[in-house]
Each structure stands twice: as structure tokens, then as C-alpha cells.
Design a binder for this molecule. Structure first.
Ligand code: ATP
Ligand code: MG
Length: 567
């Protein structure tokens, strides 16, 4: 394509209110146009990047048996009611509207329910399974924060795939093949080395789901990695062993202190001259089976509700409200602790509390805290200590004993096993060999296509602009002629035609702008290869060639040039 035919141009500055690097660069280079916060349009250049990413994803999804389709953006209320997710409290990113006759409609933020509904009209027998379908869809989400440029849009392109299997084994085999397919996608776009398969929470009947997390400063996530193996966990699930405190202190006498109004770890530390790791935090929960639980972590940690649920075998835990706490312990909120805890409450204590000596805990009386508390002497020592805390810096991976390294990351994809839960909720069944009815095993598999483009803009760029890898660049070559000398124009035009003829995509800057502007554009636009045709190169019957990733250019013949550009 010729620059003179491209309607976009480059800008010296991005809009002042745009804070993210990826959007700043992409706007300046004319790849995206900002409509409003979290909403971006893609120009021909941007669209080419998206299409290149999509094609790579498409090839890898097809290779594992995916069938491409496209669902609608408007969705029925009833579709989501079956699984209880029409509720704004459950899915807080809904955009909704009404038809003129008052019928509710939702704007598709995800499609698993809608796809199940559609597949139900086709699937009857086990002979038709497995079915794996995917689409590239513009998802609409009322995201609360939209400060990460195209990495978190209110409108963004996702590849979502859904697998339907006859049983757990068939599901598992597909799930594993999807992990391999995802790895290939991220390798092909040049992010393989920096993308980690990460354990994440969720998954019906499985302890974990998996996320694909790419190391990226602008990412909104954090992963905890075992240095020697590269095994990675997200913050929600990372098993954690606190560093040992090695307290050699002698036990001091228990003191219960009346100091009303001292609530929370910070205030307690100040009032009683303690460090947070000498205090405890007690949170009272009710599990879905009615069990009331006191979850206790050291004062420098937080309770991780996912881990607590796993310990209890509960699918839901809810913090008790102030009134219920009052009825249960007789104390106001803020004074719950291990001392004087009613027998009806199950005590679940985090492992970081095991070695505590002379620690602080609430006394379950309004205004009272206990200090210099010791296990056994003052409160019964739990038979088992659990890991119910949210991991933090300095913690170890319990199995290997290694201290985690922490990385800022962006979630570029995730995969999820629904088991048969969603099929039960939606009555998604098939007839098995014996004529019986069985629930379909379901999985879902997402990749954030536009987020991936944003991560690439973040990770593949320098102070001068974008640095696209060959696999996704909108054009592989940026060709510029310097000046309008007849021989120069002829040489550049000819080269352009020849490269196009060989299937090498070229953006040809055929304008009469100054060389400095063309060089600056070449860097900002970020095509992997730059070729310059000037009076000097024409005189020598050569071309000036430079890779975007390299600092200096070389002079090469046409044959060499074609060799350099052949993949
Ligand atoms: P996040 O935790 O980042 O909000 P999510 O858990 O909501 O992601 P899914 O709904 O499972 O993600 O979507 C699948 C993929 O779509 C994600 O892995 C991510 O790459 C991408 N994605 C999710 N939300 C956005 C968004 N607002 N803008 C761009 N990409 C997104
Ligand atoms: Mg989200």
C-alpha cells in the first residue's frame, strides 16, 4: 500500500488524557482512534494487526478441531436467567437495554450461555460429540476502570471457544490440547518466552482454572513464580508459606486489656506497641452448609476466601454481619478473636500463626483485646494449621520451599473447566450409547485479541515507537524514497511492484515529505524492515536496509534484499 493512499497519518502527541503507553503509541502511529475512555476504533493499519493475530489464533484453533461461528451481540434476558447471571450483582459489567416493547436485552459480555442455547437445538446424540466451537466477537463490558488503553476496553475483541465433551476424559484431553494450542499462539506472536501458564481459581470440579499471563509492566495482574521450574500461580490461588519468625521469646503472662475503640491491625499495633506479625486477624464467616467459621490469619496477612472455601469444602462463604456477630460472640464488630470463642464456631487458623509466641487476639468482648496470648496455655492449639492467607512478597512455595519471584503480568488468555455444572443449570443433555440422558461436559477458552495487541505495543516498543514482529506487523516492509529525483522514483516504484509481486507486504512512503519525517514515521509505525531508496543508493545500484530492532543500516543488492525478506 502507498502512504499517499492511506487516510491516516502520524501524530507528534497523543491526547493528553490518554495515560497508557499502548494507546498513546497506537494513537500517535494512527493504528487506533480513541472514541472515549475504554472505546477504540481500529484504522486500516490497526485492523491489519488484529487480522494477523486472529489468523494465527484461527489456525491453531482449527488445528485442534475448532469450528468457527459468530454469535449475536444482543442477548436475551432468559438466556442468562437459567444460570443466575442476568443479575447485575453477579455480573457487574453488564450493559443492558430494552426493545421498544419493553423486552429486556443484554449486550453480549460473554457467550457461554448463548452458545449452549444454540447448540441445544443441534445436539442430540453422543455420536455428535465432541463439538468445539469458537468465534471472534466484540464483547461489550461496562468495565469500572479503563485506564489500560486497549488492554482493557469497554468494547474489545475476544476469541472465545467452547468445548462440549461426552465425559471427563474427553474433556480433559481437549483441555490439554488447548493448552498446547495456546502456547503455539503466544509463541507465534513472539510472546512465548514471556507468557506463563498460570494456576488460577475457579473451575467446577477442578481446583484450578488456567490463565495465560504475559509479563508486562502495564499489566493489571501479578503472578507468583517458582524460580527453578517456572511454575506460576496468580495471587488468588498461590499456596503460601510465611517466612519463619523464629521467636525465642519466653512466654509472658496473658493480659486482657480494656481499650475501647482500638480496631484494626494498625490501631492495635500503635496502641499496644506491636508489629503486625505479632497480632492476629479474626474474620467470622458462614459457609453454605451453615457452619460458622472463625478464619484467623496473622495481622500482616489477609484471609483468602478461595483457600478458606477449599479448606471447608464449601462452595460459598459469606462474612457475618455486625448483628449476627453480636448475637454469636456478644461483642461488637472489631473485637472478634480466638479467646472466649463460642464452641459452636469452627476455628480455622493459618499456618503463619503456628509459631506465634505472646501474640495479640480479640477477646470477643466489646473493647477488649488480649495480648501475650500463647497457644495451649490460653487458647487451644489447633490440631491442624491451614494455608488460608493471600500470598505476599517473601512467601515460599510450600512444596519446593522456594521463595516466589513476583511479576507484573497481563492476562492474555484463560481456560476453564465447567464440568457438568452449567449443563445441569441449562439442561444441556445428550443421549448416550444406552439410550440414557447425560449432561455435556463443558469448557471455555478465551484469548483477548485486542489485549494481546496492546501487550505487544507495550512490550515491543522503544522510545521511538512500535517494533512489530514479522508475524503480526501490518506490513513487513516500510519502503521510503528520499526526494523526487526521477531515477529514485523509478527505482522505488519498481522495487515496490516487485516485492508486492512476491507476496511481501510493503507500506511505500511515496510522499514528498522530508527524509527526517520519513525516518521518524518508520520508527513510530514499527514495520520490521526498512528500505530506503535515495540518489546515493540508486547511483550504487544498491538499497539501504535496516531492521527496526537494529540501530544501523546496511547497503545491500536487490538479491540480498529479497533473501533478507524471505521468511
Ligand atoms: P480480567 O480479569 O482481565 O478482567 P476476565 O477474567 O474478565 O479478565 P474473561 O472474561 O475470561 O476475562 O475473558 C477472556 C480474555 O479476554 C481475558 O483473558 C483477557 O485476555 C480478555 N479480556 C477480558 N476483559 C477484557 C477487556 N475489558 N478488554 C480487553 N480484553 C479483555
Ligand atoms: Mg474481567
Amino acid at each position: 500500500m502507498k502512504s499517499s493512499e492511506l487516510f491516516t497519518r502520524t501524530f507528534k502527541q497523543a491526547p493528553a488524557e490518554e495515560v497508557s503507553k499502548n494507546a498513546q503509541l497506537l494513537i500517535r502511529a494512527g493504528y487506533v482512534y480513541k472514541v472515549m475512555a475504554g472505546v477504540y476504533a481500529y484504522t486500516p493499519l490497526g485492523l491489519r494487526v488484529i487480522e494477523n493475530i486472529k489468523q494465527i489464533v484461527r489456525e491453531e484453533m482449527n488445528a485442534i478441531g475448532g469450528q468457527e461461528l459468530i454469535m449475536s451481540s444482543l442477548q436475551r434476558r432468559e438466556t442468562w436467567e437459567a444460570t443466575g447471571r442476568w443479575d447485575d450483582e453477579v455480573v457487574d459489567i453488564w450493559f443492558k437495554s430494552k426493545l421498544k416493547d419493553g423486552t429486556d436485552v443484554g449486550f453480549g459480555w460473554s457467550h457461554e450461555e448463548a452458545i449452549i442455547e444454540m447448540l441445544k437445538t443441534f445436539l442430540s446424540s453422543y455420536k455428535e460429540l465432541p463439538i468445539n466451537v469458537y468465534q471472534f466477537q466484540t464483547k461489550l463490558r461496562n468495565e469500572l476502570r479503563a485506564k489500560s488503553g486497549i488492554m482493557r476496553g469497554r468494547e474489545f475483541i475476544m476469541k472465545d471457544m467452547y468445548s462440549c465433551s461426552v465425559n471427563a476424559e474427553q474433556h480433559e484431553a481437549f483441555y490439554q490440547s488447548s493448552i498446547e494450542a495456546y502456547k503455539k499462539v503466544f509463541e507465534r506472536v513472539g510472546l512465548g518466552e514471556n507468557t506463563y501458564v498460570t494456576f488460577a481459581s475457579g473451575g467446577a470440579f477442578t481446583q484450578y482454572s488456567h490463565e495465560f499471563q504475559t509479563i508486562c509492566d502495564a499489566g493489571e495482574d501479578k503472578i507468583y513464580m517458582v524460580p527453578s521450574t517456572g511454575e506460576a500461580f496468580n495471587e488468588e490461588v498461590a499456596p503460601a508459606k510465611a517466612p519463619a519468625l523464629d521467636s525465642q521469646e519466653d512466654q509472658k503472662p496473658l493480659e486482657v486489656i480494656d481499650e475501647p475503640g482500638v480496631i484494626g491491625v494498625a490501631a492495635i499495633c500503635k496502641q499496644f506497641d506491636l508489629r503486625p506479625n505479632q497480632t492476629t486477624k479474626t474474620m467470622l464467616y458462614k459457609a453454605d452448609d451453615g457452619t460458622v467459621v472463625a478464619a484467623v490469619v496473622r495481622g500482616d496477612y489477609d484471609v483468602n476466601e478461595d483457600k478458606l472455601k477449599a479448606v471447608l469444602g464449601a462452595s460459598r462463604v459469606r462474612l457475618l454481619d455486625e448483628d449476627t456477630i453480636g448475637q454469636l460472640t456478644g461483642a461488637e464488630l472489631g473485637y472478634a478473636g480466638i479467646l472466649n470463642l463460642p464452641d459452636t464456631v469452627r476455628l480455622v487458623v493459618d499456618e503463619a500463626c503456628e509459631g506465634l509466641v505472646n501474640f495479640e487476639t480479640g477477646a470477643n468482648h466489646t473493647g477488649q483485646h488480649a495480648v501475650q496470648v500463647n497457644w495451649e496455655r490460653d487458647v487451644p492449639r489447633p490440631e491442624t494449621f491451614y494455608d488460608i492467607k493471600t500470598v505476599k512478597e517473601g512467601d515460599r512455595h510450600p512444596d519446593s520451599g522456594e521463595v516466589y519471584t513476583i511479576h507484573k503480568t497481563a492476562e492474555v488468555g484463560n481456560i476453564f473447566n465447567f464440568g457438568i455444572q452449567k449443563s445441569k443449570d441449562t439442561n444441556f443433555v445428550f443421549t448416550d450409547e444406552n439410550g440414557g440422558q447425560q449432561y455435556v461436559h463443558l469448557g471455555s477458552y478465551g484469548i483477548g485479541v485486542t489485549r494481546l495487541m496492546g501487550v505487544m505495543a507495550e512490550n515491543f516498543s522503544d522510545e521511538k515507537g512500535l517494533v512489530w514482529p514479522d508475524a503480526v506487523a501490518p506490513f513487513r516492509v516500510y519502503l521510503a524514497r528520499l526526494g523526487d529525483d526521477e531515477a529514485v522514483v523509478r527505482s522505488a516504484d519498481t522495487l515496490y511492484e516487485e516485492l508486492m509481486h512476491e507476496g511481501i507486504e510493503v507500506l511505500y512512503d511515496d510522499t514528498d515529505r522530508r527524509p527526517g519525517e520519513k525516518f521518524a514515521d518508520a520508527d513510530l509505525l514499527g514495520m520490521p524492515h526498512r528500505i530506503i531508496v535515495s540518489p546515493k543508493t540508486v547511483a550504487a545500484d544498491q538499497y539501504e536496509y535496516k531492521k527496526r530492532t537494529e540501530q544501523s543500516s546496511t547497503t545491500v543488492s536487490k538479491d540480498d534484499l529479497k533473501m533478507l525478506l524471505t521468511r
